[in-house]
Design a protein around this ligand. Structure first.
Ligand code: FES
Length: 506
């Protein structure tokens, strides 16, 4: 065997590992900043980032092994793993520093890789802090490679080194100039769009269940293959298709920019009809469950100033909205509940946002929050989610064009005496007669439709369909009638029509 073979392996594996590290960090930066959006896709960026960094570990291992095998370099095991143990010095004036930095890089790389493999189990802030050391890693590796290789004076090596340093520098500049992923704002990212009654079911794995407050269970979901979660905007909800046949909607309450998982918080309702109680009794970490969505009927519109008003479990969509707002946006949150112990995320919100969060716990302050004082002089947009009395109080005080709300339960809308009517299903070219005692949804499904539904009372929005023609009689509580007409949708589980002119996109 050529006695120099291990020298060749040492040098080539070192250069390949260096290049892979640089490209991996660059890919990580593209993933974090999304500067290539919309041409890129987080899925393949993440896969490539992981593969590159995994491969760089393999080549670093080969580099170290070949150093040990090379009779010329004479590296011992302690030389490879203990900084400053090796006295090898290509540049005499720098002493053992370049090699010692190489050993240090090895440990940083192991820390970054190890924490990435355990990412789902670690608090995100710790993972992030360690992951940021990748930037230090690529810079220190450049120094190690530049001053300890036996071929540092070769032109080919110098050109390669310059290209890698150039890529590293550009990537770091991009990271500094685009420090955050584009925070999602409903109005700018996805816009308002009907859910088209598409079940879009997929399996998600439960990674964590925890007590978010007394009687409230927090649940985190990931895809079974731990892929990047589909994008969503604040105010969105997902539908859990429970094994007992029930479907229940829950607002996503994590940061929409965090695509590693979905989070919901479920109140064990005393009036549960088998949904929330089943979840509290049966859902466990490690289970897989069918989920559809996210869908959104409570979108955060662009505004200069917001007031969020949450009652009890109504905090969940508000939390996602707050997380999605840029730091400098002006907002306040009134969070009302019976007691702090029953208010999910209350400590976290106060700790993170200080005086922007006004907490009203009945057992501390007593009575109701002073909404008039809260609204005095405020002319921004108001978002409300909570029990009916709180919603009604806000509806009485805030003009409709500035008020956005999501209900927990249906409003009793007086529709008068129900009449028989006809509806045309445009895709199947059928005309269906809806009897005065049956719902439009039932009539459609009895005639070959396959509309999904959940609440059956016009609250959840699951059964949404597009209206192509005609004038529906809206009886739901999903959103304002003006909004439904503006985007051309209706909810056939409860809403109806008059006469024969209704045409639906089914
Ligand atoms: S099924 Fe919930 S709105 Fe129709």
């Amino acid at each position: 065997m050529d006695p120099a073979i291990w020298w060749y392996v040492t040098r080539s594996s070192a250069i390949i590992a260096w290049a892979l590290m640089v490209i991996s960090v660059m890919w990580g930066i593209l993933l974090a900043t999304r500067v290539m959006k919309p041409k890129d896709s987080p899925g393949w960026l993440l896969d490539l980032h992981r593969w590159m960094s995994g491969l760089s570990v393999v080549f670093v291992g080969l580099h170290m092994f070949s150093l040990y095998m090379d009779n010329f370099a004479h590296f011992t095991i302690p030389d490879l793993f203990v900084p400053f143990h090796s006295q090898y010095a290509k540049v005499a004036s720098l002493g053992p520093w370049p090699v010692a930095l190489g050993v240090l890089c090895f440990y940083i790389m192991i820390a970054v890789q190890g924490t990435s493999l355990m990412m789902k189990k670690l608090p995100r802030k710790y993972w992030k802090a360690i992951h940021y050391s990748s930037y230090v890693l690529v810079l220190v590796v450049s120094f190690h490679a530049g001053w300890s290789g036996t071929d540092v004076r070769a032109w080919a090596y110098r050109i390669t080194a310059l290209v890698l340093i150039f890529i590293t520098t550009v990537a770091l500049i991009v990271r500094i100039l685009f420090p955050k992923p584009a925070k999602t704002l409903a109005a700018t990212v996805e816009g308002r769009r009907p859910n088209q009654n598409v079940a879009n079911k997929h399996n998600l794995a439960i990674t964590k269940t925890y007590s978010a407050a007394a009687g409230i269970m927090g649940i985190d979901f990931i895809t079974p293959m731990q892929e990047v979660m589909p994008a969503w905007v604040p105010g969105s909800h997902i539908t859990l298709h429970l094994p007992n046949g029930l479907q229940r909607q829950y607002s996503l309450c994590s940061d929409p920019a965090d695509r590693t998982h979905y989070s919901v918080a479920v109140l064990n309702s005393p009036n549960s009809r088998g949904g929330s109680s089943w979840i509290h009794e049966n859902l466990k970490s490690g289970m897989t469950i069918e989920v559809s969505g996210p869908h959104n009927h409570f979108e955060l519109e662009a505004a200069q100033e917001y007031l969020f008003v949450a009652g009890g479990i109504g905090i969940t969509p508000m939390k996602a909205m707050i997380d999605s707002l840029p730091q400098r946006r002006t907002w306040r949150l009134l969070y009302a509940g019976r007691s702090r112990s029953s208010m999910a995320f209350v400590d976290e919100l106060v700790a993170e946002h200080g005086s922007r969060v006004i907490v009203h716990a009945d057992d501390e302050q007593g009575g109701h929050p002073d909404l008039d004082a809260l609204l005095a002089g405020f002319d921004g947009h108001v978002y409300v989610c909570g029990p009916e009395p709180l919603l009604n109080a806000m509806i009485q005080r805030v003009p409709a064009q500035r008020l956005h709300f999501e209900r927990f339960s249906a409003v009793d809308r007086d529709a008068g005496e129900a009449e028989q009517f006809e509806v045309t299903l445009s895709r199947s070219h059928k005309t269906v007669t809806v009897g005065k005692d049956e719902s439009l949804l039932d009539a459609i499904n009895a005639n070959g439709g396959a509309l999904i539904s959940s609440c059956g009372e016009g609250v959840c929005g699951t059964c949404e369909v597009r209206v192509l023609k005609g004038t529906p009689v809206h009886l739901d509580s999903v959103m304002s009638d003006e909004d439904k007409d503006a985007i051309g949708v209706m909810y056939p589980c409860i809403s109806r029509s008059i006469g024969k002119d209704l045409v639906l996109d089914i």
